[in-house]
Design a protein around this ligand. Structure first.
Ligand code: 2NE
Length: 270
């Protein structure tokens, strides 16, 4: 089914098929924990999927059945962030979170096994989550000396409610797939052996729908939570649609033809 586009990547697998791109964190020896290189490659693959006009939906997942992602790789956690190959400490996963939210195509988390810590936030950020029955969810930050006070806190609270979000962070418990579904953290739970097939079915259904309607809806859902950046995304869609009209094109054409634009012929809608 999939075409392998993983060439050049070390930490992720990247596949495409029939309008779907699939990005797989490929570090099963650490339950798919991410290091800066992993995050960089996820950003690169996501950018590729975004700019590929044949792709309409993106799946984010982890290799194997044991984990979606266990968060930041604690072995390379330095004193001010996760250490990259050059020795610089940073938190580039926050950039990836923004990339997922601002990607104008739906991003679906396909979760088998653990989605923990920063890995839990990654699935949370995705537009939809399809979980296997063996999926387990939770934050560990306060236990390992970390926290995500950005989307990891505020967006989580908008998904599960303030009380539950505080419980998740303050108690650092793990929740099984049924519990996660009960608190609206995941959209559906399926047997492990049906996980990919069901996720692809969700993708195919989405692909039947209007790309512009989907991107406008995604930016509209983001706008309320993402402040000025969310409004910018929504407004960017308005600009794109305006560019697609004769009225918008008249301004460009007049400039290029060195004439006065004729906007008088366009109606003033109520
Ligand atoms: C994920 C979990 C619950 C899995 O448990 P289990 O029992 O299935 O596996 P085990 O034995 O714990 O892990 C298997 C191997 O993977 C490594 C382990 O150390 C172990 O290695 P070996 O002993 O075989 O050598 N491993 C697993 N997760 C790792 C990680 N994140 N970094 C490095 N090595 C890891 C269990 O493994 C677990 O609880 N993992 C830690 C989860 C965690 O605390 N993650 C960091 C949260 S902070 C964060 O992600 C973050 C943030 O808060 C803010 C910004 C950015 C990131």
């Amino acid at each position: 089914y999939w075409t392998d586009c993983s060439s050049g990547y070390t930490d992720v697998l990247y596949h495409k098929a029939d309008g779907i791109a699939k990005i797989t964190i490929n570090r099963p020896e650490v339950r798919n924990a991410f290091r800066p290189q992993t995050v960089l490659e996820m950003q690169q693959a996501l950018a590729d999927a975004r700019f590929d006009q044949e792709i309409g939906v993106v799946i984010l997942t982890g290799y194997g059945d044991l984990a979606f992602c266990s968060g930041g790789d604690q072995r390379v956690r330095g004193d001010s962030g996760y250490q990259d190959e050059q020795g610089t400490h940073h938190l580039n996963v926050l950039d990836l979170q923004r990339d997922i939210r601002s990607c104008p195509k739906p991003v679906i988390a396909m979760v088998a096994g653990y989605a923990i810590g920063g890995g839990h936030v990654l699935h949370l950020i995705c537009d939809l989550t399809v979980a296997a029955e063996n999926a387990r969810f939770g934050q560990t930050g306060p236990r390992v000396g970390s926290f995500d006070g950005g989307f990891g806190a505020s967006y989580m609270a908008s998904v599960v409610g303030q009380k539950k979000a505080r419980e998740i962070w303050f108690l650092c418990r793990q929740y099984d797939a049924q519990e996660a579904q009960a608190m609206d953290l995941v959209n559906t739970v399926v047997p492990l052996e049906e996980l990919e097939q069901e996720t692809i079915a969700w993708c195919q259904r989405i692909l039947e729908h209007s790309p512009i309607a989907l991107r406008a809806l995604k930016s509209a859902f983001n706008a309320g939570v993402d402040g000025q950046a969310g409004i910018q995304e929504l407004a960017g869609n308005a600009t794109m649609l305006f560019y697609m009209t004769e009225e918008g094109q008249e301004g460009r054409n007049a400039y290029l033809e060195k004439r006065k634009p004729d906007f008088r012929r366009f109606k003033h809608n109520p």
